[in-house]
Design a protein. Sequence first.
Length: 361
Amino acid sequence: MAKISFEKVPHKSPTPADKRTALMADPGFGRVFSDHMVTVQWTQGVGWHDAKVRAREPFQMDPAAAVLHYAQEIFEGMKAYRKPGGGFGLFRPDENARRFNESAKRMAMPDVPEEMFLEAIDQLVKVDADWVPSGEGSYYLRPFMFASEAFLGVRPANEYIFCVIGCPVGAYFKGGFKTVQVWVSEEYTRAAPGGTGAAKCGGNYASSLVATKEAFDNGCDQVVFLDAVERKWIDELGGMNIFFVMDDRSIITPPLNTILPGITRESVMKLASDAGYKVAETPYSFDQWQADARSGKLREAFACGTAAVIAGIGKVKYRGGEFAIGNSGDGEATTKLRAQLTGIQRGTVDDTYGWMRSVAA
Ligand SMILES: *Cc1c(COP(=O)(O)O)cnc(C)c1O
């Protein structure tokens, strides 16, 4: 298809600088949004059209819009960082573009040209450059696509909207890293073979919220899901992948299939293997996890994803009890891998893997 060009319709009354500074002082995660958004429409028979960089504002939606009834929606998440020498760096956005299309395929949605996806992201970073925090924070980009057609019959929709919004976010761990506590859900599962576990779709999150609430109610930060067939194997967290570090410098992470193929997960596997760890994608059971934590064979466990990057797991709770991992603090591998990965992302460590995409200021 021909290269799509974006019409620029600047915001008529962008947030004044002093108000923006106040909003960015403590943005948290996903509460403060920058002034603009990118939208592109798709219609059956026409394809992608009407690409705009414009003021962020509510959508006009028909109450019968298919997404509101049948959840035909997918999304992505990535971060832009201010580079030490000026300009911005995005961490592996081409991988997000590729995964977005994998999710689209699974949800019977149209293909989004990788070039259009990347151009939309560049445009938003450029127009809202003032919203990219310096220091510890970053600018989180949320590309998503949903079925906008007004139709209650059950079939893939004939109209979609692709949109990118962005928000300044603070450091995930304020005042230094601390390990998280996780809750292992033995009642609810998130994905079965043949289902949508590998797609980044809103529906997966909708069905995981009751387990997340159970985790919160039990004083935990996150939920860990077991496989849906045997309720035996560790899958992943609600929105993060998981790694186990053993006393013989081997590292285990669950294999792909029903889990989300995390870009952080894949990057960690490369970094760990190049650092001399033996990395294996192997099923790991909840029973084994408990036994290895108790015997001391398991030294560390951590969760990883775009938002937190790498979060050490200090304690595990479940219906029948709880156990600690290592000394409940961040271990050596967790600390080292996190320093290397965040260094590459922020431009303070050499990007020998060619992972960063630059956007000019
Ligand atoms: C997005 C996501 C992850 C992490 O993927 P990254 O590409 O590393 O951000 C892990 N699990 C689920 C369910 C996710 O939606």
